[in-house]
Design a protein. Structure first.
Length: 363
């Protein structure tokens, strides 16, 4: 056999990649019109995506979901908020018009020594979320920030930049959180975290759960409030995921933790669907149907987290993996353990110990 005719040792991987690309192509070429919206219904630079809303017409507090910051670099940090006068409505209580948001970053919590200020646009296409990448900052220091729309001023947030890459940092204090199922109980630990003095918070996944939340908030067993029925269903559509983030971020303890510290976030499975693996869903649904659901989940995730532009998704794909450093003390490799994984062994069923079904025993 000549070298040219010799079978490639990478043939199985290449075939898998071809199937992977084929599914993506199926979604983009034959999917529903809603799939196309993920590529076209986005604001473009220099193009008016919508009429601008007069901020004076916002008569209710638009900062009901708080503020946040994240992914600190030595010279910059990302600031986040979302305008939602009525967070439990599909339109958040705002018309489909863009809104100019003023922001400022200060050296002190009373905002007497302003370090940077500017404006950002809250686009209806992104559900009136705001991601401000503030640069030209000093490394390794604390800053305070806030937003303003018309007469409304957001709660103040506290953030920090990472130390200079070459600096010798004596210590680092961090918190790690995950698996915050709203329906399983209150977020009391976040109240304590908000009061702690930590450098940054790592959220390791399952920021929300796709399962239905009843009118009593599940195990929270509300007696003084009733959640609307729109939460009492599994998240499937972009609207479902957006509303579920509104529910979670309405929790005062989670909101306080976001305001107190910069977050570094990644996901696990429940931000989309339990136990999905790449483009393989938990249940037997057509791949294009699941990828459309994944596109909805990924877009809502980016909208509602303090993430930078390189992490903004394109359809059902999102580059979440990235690297951060903390001086010469630490390097953080943020992983994505869902988008690139193989399927769970044995069809994710209970089984006795044994080799993977795809493992071939040596002769």
């Amino acid at each position: 056999m000549t070298p040219a005719a010799r079978p490639s040792q990478h043939a199985p991987e290449l075939r898998a990649a071809a199937r992977h690309i084929g599914r993506r192509r199926f979604l983009t070429t034959t999917g529903a019109a809603a799939a196309l919206a993920f590529a076209t219904n986005l604001p473009s630079a220099g193009v008016a995506a919508a009429v601008e809303l007069d901020a004076a017409k916002i008569t209710e507090n638009p900062f009901t979901l708080g503020v946040g910051s994240g992914d600190p670099l030595p010279g910059s940090v990302i600031l986040w908020t979302r305008l939602a006068p009525a967070p439990f409505q599909a339109d958040s209580g705002l018309p489909a018009e863009r809104v100019t948001v003023h922001w400022e970053l200060a050296h002190d919590e009373r905002f007497r020594r302003i370090a940077r200020r500017g404006t950002a646009t809250a686009h209806p296409e992104f559900h009136h979320t705001v991601h401000v990448e503030v640069g030209h900052l000093e490394p390794g220091r604390v800053y305070y920030y806030r937003f303003r729309v018309g007469r409304w001023v957001s709660p103040a947030g506290r953030t920090r930049t990472a130390p200079d890459p070459g600096s010798r940092v004596p210590e680092l204090t961090l918190a790690a959180v995950s698996c915050q199922a709203y329906h399983d109980g209150y977020y009391t630990p976040y109240a304590h975290l908000a009061a702690d003095d930590v450098d940054l918070v790592f959220h390791l996944g399952d920021y929300l759960y796709e399962y239905a939340v009843n009118s009593a908030g599940g195990q929270r067993n509300y007696t003084d409030r009733t959640l609307p029925d729109l939460f009492n269903r599994e998240t499937l559509t972009l609207e479902d995921y957006r509303l579920r983030y509104a529910l979670y971020k309405s929790d005062p303890d989670l909101s306080a933790a976001h305001a107190a510290h910069p977050f570094v976030v990644t996901w696990d499975d429940h931000e989309t669907e339990n136990n999905y693996a790449d483009d393989i869903p938990e249940n037997s649904v057509p791949p294009e149907e699941f990828l459309l659901r994944r596109a909805s989940a990924y877009r809502a995730y980016w909208e509602n987290q303090p993430l930078r532009q390189p992490q903004r998704p394109t359809g059902p794909d999102m580059r979440l993996y990235r690297r951060l450093t903390w001086g010469r003390l630490a390097q953080f490799d943020v992983l994505d353990t869902r988008q690139y994984r193989s399927d769970q062994a044995y069809g994710d069923r209970a089984h006795v110990p044994g080799p993977s079904p795809t493992t071939r025993r040596a002769p």
